[in-house]
Ligand binder design. Structure first.
Ligand code: FEO
Ligand code: CA
Ligand code: CA
Length: 696
């Protein structure tokens, strides 16, 4: 392991920091260029939530402690006994760095702007599958100049994001790989001069419908390393035409009924699927994120209540960017206002049953779900964590009523999936433990040496019972953002992927950035979001009370305050900042088998390409961020999957800063080729199993 200082900035000055304008436009409908839709003044928690919580005796003591903004240090007596203290002032990397930490023993790659996937010395890489490669039998060869909707529906979709790898045998030889196709960038998908954004052809729109959704492919180990996609009965495409069953407490609600589906229980398609998670029963959860951008004519909805609901989710007046409404009226809010309510859910697909109908789970709430990850509670129930990726939006948890049945049999899969239909949906409130005057928005650490404190899970609805005054349970599930506004949830800096560490049990959340934090009229820095104008994001860590995912209180602290380690406003878990890789805009999180946290980034604001990083979270090396790879020009690093043998990363939107005529990237095919979003496998040189494990 290299321990020399990594003073690698400044980088190439010609590279534009942050996301390209094209990516912002097509991925999230320019969400960051519009005013953040959370304009609520949700500070009256004491009035509303206390009365809600007082009806729930078990919650009362700890909830009110946090509701009254008692800092961690102030907690004492019986209440303190119920407040988790596990994170207070221990475990930070202030000690002497140890020898290489298993899982992170590689020489970090330097920040760079290469048009390549750059990996550490001693590792190899290979593209596993790229946009347009065959998935279903009979899929035609990818022909960029002559693409059709029928071909695309049988081929790997566009802009791969989440990757789930589900073992199919105990030897680790065969897997089902499940991938999200978050969005399409039509200006780059079609050959130069053939796509008019103002007048797309119907076939071009249908190609985009087929390029969205998800893919399931069977993989086997490549004896030379990496993974190979093989023909299989499991191979499957989910597109905008795939039928989904709506389940949970809002299924069949009037709010979900349309002229095409008077039942409110059957939806065609899933869209803008960002991150996700593999469930303990071997299915995949996937988050519908920036769904608002696909709908037109929000201004045609004039009822003030309905108009406010649309505004809070970011729906816009006039034509949509992709003009889908010209070819299917369901994308026109003036004609089908409820169609919008049928997106923004967590969906579940069962890759082991290629004939299964995928599910939209309404009990998990409707918002811009980044992803969804499960932790089993101490009494065997299921907790699901999910972030709402928007500036000033919230972190949520769902806890089931029923208990998990271990195993991956068809029976267990059916039983466990049903758990997600019945439980309680909560939203998080974070309370800092340092005096308010020490949280000045600069990122300067408070005098107790940490951004930390306690938190409360505020219940929003349980089954058909609403805990939010003035809203029915159905309204809580369908308009979850408005429910959370009313109970004093903490406005966060774009909460993205959230996942529990299988080794230490703590939960980790990536908060990408929020340049609006502290602006006039906006929420100012607080201890959980401690920087105004936050360009580089941070990583939050919490421990549920007694380590139980069913708890309604927790203790938290920031693991990383990201950015250039030379800058005073950054924090790397207390580790020596001269010996870490710069990291900016954390997005997806994953863990290796040692419990190290792996983070992929989106929108590096330091002048380097995005990448994948590993960081120990325990012991003297806690906070020692090391960059494992960088992705090509214009791309975002997604996925990721970290096994002992292989790392998978989804390279999303390579070259998107350029144009179809003049791509900024030619990855992965090189020469003058069009860039193609692809999944890449990275492994230690030599054949698997003979040359050692990732980072060891
Ligand atoms: Fe699709 Fe929140 O990134
Ligand atoms: Ca503190
Ligand atoms: Ca993401």
């Amino acid at each position: 392991m290299s321990t020399e200082p990594r003073r690698l900035l400044p980088l190439l000055s010609s590279h534009r920091p942050g996301r390209s304008a094209v990516t912002c436009e097509y991925r999230c409908g320019n969400a960051c260029a519009h005013p953040a839709p959370n304009t609520s003044d949700n500070t009256y928690f004491g009035d509303v939530a206390k009365s809600v919580l007082s009806r729930r005796g078990a919650l009362k003591a700890t909830a009110v402690m946090s509701a009254t903004a008692a800092g961690f240090a102030a907690l004492s007596g019986t209440a303190a006994a119920e407040v988790p203290a596990a994170l207070a002032g221990r475990g930070n990397g202030h000690g002497k760095p140890s020898r290489p930490v298993p899982g992170t023993d590689f020489t970090p790659v330097a920040p760079n702007t290469a048009d390549a996937v750059v990996i550490p010395d001693g590792y190899d890489q290979e593209v596993v599958i790229r946009w347009g490669d065959p998935v279903l039998p009979g899929a035609p060869r990818f022909d960029h100049r002559n693409q059709t909707a029928a071909a695309q529906a049988m081929q790997f979709g566009y802009n791969n994001d989440f990757v789930g790898l589900i073992p199919q045998d105990s030897s680790g030889w065969r897997h089902l790989m499940v991938v999200n196709h978050e969005y399409t960038t039509e200006t780059h998908m079609f050959p130069a001069g053939t796509y008019d954004p103002n007048n797309p052809t119907e076939e071009q729109v249908r190609i985009a419908w087929a390029a969205h959704g998800m893919s399931v492919v069977q993989t086997v180990r490549d004896p030379q390393g990496g993974l190979k996609v093989v023909p299989s009965r499991y191979n499957r495409r989910i597109t905008m035409d795939t039928e989904f069953e709506v389940r949970g407490p809002a299924a069949g609600s009037d709010l979900l009924k349309t002229s095409a589906d008077p039942s409110g229980r059957v939806v065609l398609g899933t869209q803008n699927n960002c991150a996700g998670g593999v469930t303990p029963w071997g299915t995949v959860l996937s988050g519908e994120e920036n769904f608002n951008q696909y709908f037109a004519n929000a201004d045609a909805v004039t009822d003030p209540v309905e108009a406010e609901r649309l505004r809070r989710y970011g729906f816009k007046a006039g034509a949509s960017r992709r003009k889908w409404e010209r070819f299917d009226k369901r994308w026109d809010l003036g004609q089908e206002p409820n169609e919008a309510n049928r997106f923004g859910w967590v969906v579940e697909i069962d890759p082991n049953d290629p004939n299964s109908t995928p599910i939209k789970h309404t009990a998990l709430g409707r918002f811009k779900h980044e992803g969804a990850n499960i932790k089993i509670t101490k009494d065997g129930r299921v907790a699901v964590y999910s972030g709402d990726d928007e500036r000033f939006d919230y972190i949520y948890k769902f806890v089931s009523n029923g208990r998990y049945k271990p195993g991956r049999s068809a029976h267990a899969r059916r039983h466990n999936s049903r758990l997600l239909d019945d439980g309680t949906l909560y939203v998080a409130k974070f309370t800092g433990d340092s005096p308010a005057n020490e949280i000045d928005g600069s990122g300067r650490l408070p005098s107790d040496g940490e951004f930390d404190g306690t938190g409360t899970w505020i219940p929003l609805a349980s089954g058909n019972v609403s805990h939010v005054p003035g809203m029915t349970a159905e309204e809580v599930y369908v308009f979850t953002r408005l429910a959370a506004d009313k109970v004093g949830a903490t406005k966060m800096d774009r909460p993205e992927d959230i996942e529990a560490n299988p080794v230490n049990g703590r939960v980790y959340a990536a908060l990408t950035n929020n340049s609006d934090r502290g602006k006039a009229g906006k929420a100012a820095a607080d201890e959980a979001n401690p920087r105004n104008g936050n360009r580089n994001g941070h990583v939050l860590e919490w421990e549920e009370h007694r380590g139980d995912a069913a708890s309604t209180t927790f203790a938290w602290r920031l693991l990383l305050v990201c950015g250039d380690p030379a800058e005073a406003d950054t924090y790397f878990g207390g580790f020596d900042k001269s010996k870490v890789s710069p990291i900016s805009c954390p997005d997806n999180v994953a863990f290796d088998s040692h419990g190290n946290l792996w983070i992929s980034t989106d929108g590096n604001a330091l002048g380097s390409n995005d990448g994948l990083f590993a960081v120990p979270v325990e012991g003297p090396n806690r906070g020692q961020v090391k960059q494992f790879l960088t992705v090509p020009i214009g791309a975002e690093a997604c996925g990721p999957v970290i096994t002992d043998d292989v790392v998978l990363v989804a390279v999303q939107h390579p070259g998107e800063g350029g144009t179809a005529e003049n791509p900024e990237s030619h990855w992965p095919d090189g020469g003058a080729a069009q860039p193609r979003p692809s999944i890449v496998a990275v492994w230690k040189k030599g054949k698997w199993g003979r040359s050692g494990r990732i980072g060891s």
